[in-house]
Design a protein around this ligand. Structure first.
Ligand code: AMP
Ligand code: MG
Length: 433
């Protein structure tokens, strides 16, 4: 029997990131950049106003205050999207909107809240048709606050300059990266290809979901569970259905699976009379490995590379196959997709009750992980039924408690390591703040 860590190391050594493809930036969400992206233009593109207000020369308003207004001549109106009509001279101001380019001569913008319109200024029609009449786009304005040079001005290139590296190769594309790519006018990006995974279930006892299981038969739940795990890992599944427990049937399905980037089977990897997966995988390719991994649940595991494609033979029991997927297949798929952060995070949590384990295998206990009421830290409750076929506790669980190989258990109150597999524990709550 080899350890989980050893098996994982052997697997990850064989896994290579896939090739690149160009996709539009919205399709790149959740993918990994295959290229260093350099900005072709600066941001902001030019000095622009951070506020609605008046662009002016800071020195003209050095004496301004609530009780000592400085009156400036408003020479024109500058909405966002327009270009300055001329420089701001001594004693002058431009009525400016957020995002509009700062006119030459102006060294600061005073927010509209710190200004008022002298009572003798006429009301002018808005240049925008249908908008109500407003004051202040010409005539004069009282400035009621002094301004530091540069105040409320966003400098051209202060965010990044043309030629700057703005997204590194290997970065996960999130909404922030999409915003960056759109800002620099890049509609497409090279990302790692999304792995396509062939999912094959094995067993004479299996029927598909729309069939009524007759005597001795059960529904192929693993096929669906594994496809959903594949999708959750950001890969694309191809459900190839059920292979019967004969070498010929298995071989036929596996041949079909070789078109994918990776093959996953479930069932038939144990020591039963009809457990042919390892034999057929071996017949089909080189360097097939079959192990008993010191993992509970999920002891039997076949792994190898057939015609350059990794193949995983997961155990048949539903929870065993899910746990083995989480520990071995998910990191492999993330690595194929170009990720380097491929492991689930581990969280320290206070155990709510005693746990007893037969030592010898790294054990993943289904558990409910929750935040402490005060929002400080986490507590975790192991669920009662931990059998490898018990799906109801898998449904209730949002994390595994990780029990190391040599541990015989823990006492209530001890801090244990947990592996949340449902990210909502960290990202979503039913209450605000
Ligand atoms: P095996 O390793 O093929 O002997 O399967 C171990 C257990 O998992 C048996 O009880 C099987 O019936 C069950 N099993 C195998 N494949 C599936 C599947 N695709 N869906 C649900 N249960 C399965
Ligand atoms: Mg079987």
């Amino acid at each position: 029997m080899i350890s989980v860590k050893e098996a994982l190391e052997i697997i990850l050594n064989e896994i290579k990131p896939l090739a690149a493809e160009s996709v539009d930036i919205l399709s790149a969400m959740g993918r990994v950049s295959y290229e260093d992206v350099y900005a072709g233009r600066p941001n902001p593109p030019w000095d622009n106003s951070a506020m609605d207000g008046y662009a002016l020369r800071a020195e003209d308003v050095s004496a301004a205050g609530p009780d000592s207004p400085v009156t400036l001549k408003v020479i024109y109106d500058l909405p966002a999207g327009a270009v300055p009509k001329g420089a701001v001279g001594a004693g002058e101001a431009v009525r400016i909107m957020t995002g509009a380019p700062v006119p030459d001569g102006a060294t600061a913008v005073v927010m509209v809240e710190y200004t008022n319109i002298p009572s003798n200024t006429p009301t002018l029609p808005s240049p925008v048709k249908g908008k109500e009449k407003r004051k202040g786009s010409s005539g004069s304005v009282n400035i009621l606050q002094k301004a530091r040079p540069g105040e409320n001005i966003r400098r051209g290139g202060e965010d990044f300059k043309a030629g700057d590296l703005v997204i590194k190769k290997g970065s996960l594309i999130r909404p922030a990266e999409v915003c960056m790519l759109a800002t620099i006018g890049t509609p497409e990006i090279k990302v790692y290809k999304r792995p396509t995974i062939a999912v094959i279930s094995t067993g004479d006892e299996l029927v598909d979901i729309n069939e009524e299981p007759g005597p001795g038969k059960i529904i192929n739940s693993n096929g669906y569970a594994i496809c959903s795990l594949v999708a959750e890992a950001g890969a694309v599944y191809r459900q190839l259905g059920i292979a019967r427990d004969t070498k010929e049937a298995l071989r036929e399905r596996l041949e079909a699976g070789i078109k994918a980037d990776c093959i996953i089977t479930s069932g038939g990897v144990s020591v039963g009379d009809y457990d042919f997966v390892k034999d057929v995988l071996k017949d089909m390719g080189s360097d097939m490995r079959f192990w008993k991994v010191a993992l509970k649940p999920g002891k039997p595991l076949a792994f190898g590379v057939i015609k350059g494609r990794p193949a995983f033979g997961l155990p048949g029991n539903p929870i065993s196959s899910m746990v083995a997927f989480e520990q071995f297949v998910r990191p492999a798929l993330l690595k194929m997709a170009g990720r380097d952060d491929i492991f689930r995070a581990a969280i320290a949590a206070r155990l709510t009750k005693d746990v007893k384990i037969k030592p010898g295998r790294m054990t993943f206990l289904r558990a409910e992980l929750a935040m402490e009421t005060a929002g400080q830290g986490y507590h975790v409750s192991p669920l009662d039924a931990q059998g490898s076929g018990v799906i109801s506790t898998m449904v209730r669980a949002n994390a595994f408690i990780i029990v190391p190989e040599d541990a015989a258990g823990f006492k209530a109150g001890e801090t244990v390591k947990c592996q949340p597999f449902d990210t909502s524990i960290l990202q979503n709550r039913k209450t605000c703040y």
